[in-house]
Design a protein around this ligand. Structure first.
Ligand SMILES: Cc1cc2nc3c(=O)[nH]c(=O)nc-3n(C[C@H](O)[C@H](O)[C@H](O)COP(=O)(O)OP(=O)(O)OC[C@H]3O[C@@H](n4cnc5c(N)ncnc54)[C@H](O)[C@@H]3O)c2cc1C
Length: 408
């Protein structure tokens, strides 16, 4: 197990600088255009694929970095470039993790390459869990998967919403109910292969921020997938359901804890995205404050402005430390006894919202226009307190973990 360190090693520094170059030279210059177009930036994804940044290899290398800092460092740099474009690049990785975490070796080998496509024909993937009536309350999910034993096929019916890359993905990972009696313990994940009849895109959302990232409904109408598309396989599912039924009788704590541990481990990655956006806005504001003159001197000469910048940087560094701590805990298999993963996501996402608003204020009228990037960063930052569990849900998780009580 690697010791916790705040110092990147030589190899990590090299990767960080390489990613920063890509974010500065390719992502940032394209950000305003794709934000206005509200479309997936395929040419930028293709460029990332050519360099090896858009690939399972790259993602897996960062994911398995023994210090735990690979993913947060990569997320921070890419999202520093632009949040919407970066999400278009890493969205597939989030779906791939769903397969890596629950799939068999064969499923991983078959489907993950199809999620990325190849350099000349890049593809994306989507992870579809949320539904119109099941956002924070995942247990109220209604999309149903029914097994047709005669054909060894699963039949999926329901409507998923808010799916990043939903409908344009080559491969969709869909979470569905296989046993309605068991609540969230009766859910299973399925691969929906390319061109499956019965899967279609519903409405595409016009959003406040991260507009270069495609977000849409995914409608499943008698979508049939082969038995082999059940992640983990039928035998494992049957065993898991049997155990869940037993535990439901006995109280159900252990299954709940296993699911919580998975979330604790994935939330710091979203915190790192937020740190990237916050840092980007802070840097623009710092530069602006040093050069913009009013009353015959740079505006940073006023404590009212300088102290804001001091607070912004302090919060960003504190957020990064929480993210790195939780990422290190996840890779080291440490127990999240104080919901440290949720803490990092909560603090970093609230920091991004606050810091980007302060940046808009420091740029004055210019901050309010699309001539300057902080307006976009401020819109983008609002997503971090919503997806992967809202701030309220993070507080709920932290409070429950600290108290051991089922606070509502
Ligand atoms: C741009 C975008 C991309 C997304 N990408 C994906 C994706 O790829 N795949 C996917 O499956 N989902 C995705 N989501 C969905 C996202 O995870 C949900 O929006 C989020 O979980 C919140 O659910 P909701 O929108 O239904 O809000 P609700 O759950 O309806 O919450 C509304 C408000 O009520 C509060 N609230 C709810 N319950 C409680 C409670 N018990 N205590 C206190 N407050 C509470 C919430 O905090 C929130 O402020 C995405 C969402 C967006 C906007």
């Amino acid at each position: 197990m690697a010791e916790f360190t705040m110092e990147l090693n030589d190899e990590q520094r090299e990767v960080r600088d390489w990613l920063h170059g890509f974010a500065a030279d390719v992502i940032r210059p394209a950000a305003a255009e794709w934000d206005e177009r509200e479309e997936t930036p395929w040419p930028v994804i293709q460029e990332a694929a050519k360099l090896g940044i858009y690939s399972l290899d790259f993602y897996a290398q960062q994911y398995f970095d023994p210090t735990g800092l690979g993913i947060p460092m990569a997320m921070e740099e890419l999202f520093w470039g632009d949040a919407g474009i970066a999400l278009s690049i890493v969205g597939t990785g989030l779906a791939a993790v769903g397969v890596l975490a629950n799939g068999t070796e064969e499923q991983i080998g078959t489907w993950i390459p199809q999620m990325y496509g190849d350099v000349n024909d890049v593809k994306v993937a989507a992870f579809c869990s949320s539904e119109p009536d099941a956002g924070s309350d995942v247990a109220s999910m209604r999309t149903r998967a029914v097994y047709d034993e005669a054909k060894d096929e699963w039949i999926l019916n329901g409507t998923k919403t808010w799916a990043t890359n939903g409908g344009i993905a080559n491969v969709h990972v869909v979470v569905a109910v296989v046993d309605p009696e068991l609540g969230s313990k009766g859910h299973a994940s399925f691969i929906v292969p390319p061109n499956t009849p019965g899967l279609s895109q519903g409405q595409k959302f016009k959003k406040h921020g991260i507009r270069a990232s495609h977000t849409a409904e995914v409608v499943l109408e008698d979508a049939r997938v082969p038995g082999s598309c059940l992640l983990g396989g039928k035998e494992k599912l049957d065993e898991r359901l049997a155990r869940a039924r037993e535990r439901a009788k006995a109280g159900g704590e252990r299954v709940k804890n296993a699911a919580m541990a998975t979330f604790e481990a994935s939330r710091p990655a979203v915190g790192a995205m937020a740190v990237g956006t916050a840092r980007a806005a802070y840097e623009v504001a710092l530069d602006y404050a040093k050069t913009r003159e009013q009353f015959g001197r740079p505006i940073i000469d006023n404590q009212g402005v300088a102290f804001q910048l001091a607070d912004m940087r302090t919060s960003i560094d504190a957020a990064r430390l929480l993210v790195w701590r939780a990422s290190w805990m996840a890779i080291s298999g440490k127990q999240f006894t104080a919901a440290e993963g949720s803490m990092s996501k909560l603090f970093a996402s609230e920091t991004a919202k606050k810091v980007t608003a302060q940046a808009v204020q420091i740029l004055g009228g210019n901050g309010y226009t699309r001539e300057y990037p902080v307006e976009r960063m401020h819109r983008d930052a609002a997503i971090y307190t919503i997806f992967e569990g809202t701030s309220e849900i993070q507080r709920l998780v932290i409070a429950r973990t600290l108290s051991g009580m089922s606070i509502r």
